[in-house]
Design a binder for this molecule. Structure first.
Ligand code: IPM
Ligand code: MN
Length: 371
């Protein structure tokens, strides 16, 4: 198969982890006789430095023609001045809007060997396997913003508007319900319907879509504050969780604590499927640019590598190759090969490239034994 993959390394540890993910994709291509073309483009702070814009025209052009986009991370202290009018994050938000990827899929499964790296009691982490579906192109992130200042330039008032339309809720709930159908047929919708109008719309639309179109999937609702607590006290109770943009942002960082390190978690951002059933998507680890460890070669590339697996599955339909990568990462972790973010007692931390090498080695061993 031929595919054009846009690679947007971005800032901080982004380039380091993306490099390992790209090596893994290249290895899969060589093994499976696929022809992958990688086209690198700028995004975020580095794009601001080089072009003045966080999402330059050349990048917009590259992603529009690509079958899928692999992204590292954006942002860093260099571009964090609150008074700056251009920010790296605008590049990422602009990219999500441009690609129309309204559903952000964040699987949180706890690898048993990493349970010890998590601060929670190991027995709480048994059988934790959650898929978060975060609405990604609406809500507070994309509503109108204002920021007033007085004559001296001091801030006096600011606002962010939270808007959801029925259609925006319907499409992300359908995506989540389809995922739930292929799993344990349980969907939890998280909102703040006791306070927010957008949450009451969310709850009403979700209830109707599920009743009319997914009667075989059990729907429950939860308020975001109590869910935040239950996510830590009884995480194995949850299966597929759908929620709005900001709640999803916060809850998935919280959920990352369950996995032992935010460095191991991947994500896929998807929009509507084209006629062949495949979706052009944006794939990125859920961790940020981690400026404190950038350039040291010690970041965990597992989240980026697993994002590459999701890319193969959702945008290219290469399900077997995706599973091969996931198995290779899992075996690497089982073998005790860990970057500094999740080393256990008595384990030596390996480098980003060492972890990548270990995954490639297992990938080759597995694909050789399959032929
Ligand atoms: C994420 C990140 C982004 C978000 C930032 C970098 C804009 O935190 O992907 O979760 O808030 O969506
Ligand atoms: Mn986030």
């Amino acid at each position: 198969m031929r595919a054009l993959i846009a690679v947007l390394p971005g800032d901080g540890v982004g380039p380091e982890v993306t490099k390992e993910a790209q090596r893994v994709l290249q290895a899969v291509a060589e093994r499976g006789d696929h022809d992958f073309t990688f086209r690198e483009a700028l995004i975020g702070g580095i794009a601001i430095d080089e072009t003045g814009e966080p999402l330059p025209v050349a990048t917009r052009e590259a992603v529009t023609h690509a079958d899928a986009v692999l992204l590292g991370a954006v942002g860093g202290p260099k571009w964090s001045d609150p008074s700056a009018s251009v920010r790296p994050e605008q590049g990422l938000l602009g990219l999500r809007a441009l690609l129309g990827v309204y559903a952000n899929i964040r699987p949180v499964a706890v690898h048993p060997a990493l349970a010890a790296a998590a601060p929670l009691k190991p027995e709480l982490l048994e059988n934790v396997d959650i898929v978060f579906v975060r609405e990604l192109t609406g809500g507070l992130y994309f509503g109108q913003k204002t920021h007033d200042r007085d004559a001296s330039g001091a801030s006096t008032r600011a606002s962010d508007l939270c808007v959801y339309t029925t259609e925006e809720v319907e499409r992300v709930v359908r995506m989540a319900a389809d995922i739930a159908r292929a799993r344990r047929r349980k969907l939890l919708s998280v909102d703040k319907a006791n306070v927010l109008a957008t949450s009451r719309l969310w709850r009403e639309v979700t209830t109707r879509v599920m009743r009319d179109e997914f009667p075989d999937v059990a729907l429950e609702h939860a308020l975001v504050d109590s869910f935040a607590m239950h996510l830590i006290t009884t995480p194995s109770r949850f299966d597929v969780v759908v929620t709005e943009n900001l709640f999803g942002d916060i809850l998935t960082d919280e959920a990352a604590v369950l996995a032992g390190s935010i460095g191991v978690l991947p994500s896929a951002s998807l929009g509507d499927a084209s006629t062949d059933g495949l979706r052009r998507g944006l794939y990125e680890p859920i961790h940020g640019s981690a400026p404190d460890i950038a350039g040291k070669g010690i970041a965990n590339p597992a989240g980026a590598i697993l994002s590459a697996a999701l890319l193969l599955r959702h945008s290219l339909g290469l399900t077997d190759d995706a599973a091969l990568i996931e198995a290779a990462v899992s075996e690497t972790i089982t073998a005790g090969i860990r970057t500094a973010d999740c080393v256990g007692p008595g384990q030596r931390a390996c480098s980003t490239a060492d972890f990548g090498d270990a995954v490639l080695e297992r990938l080759f061993a597995r694909s050789a034994s399959m032929h």
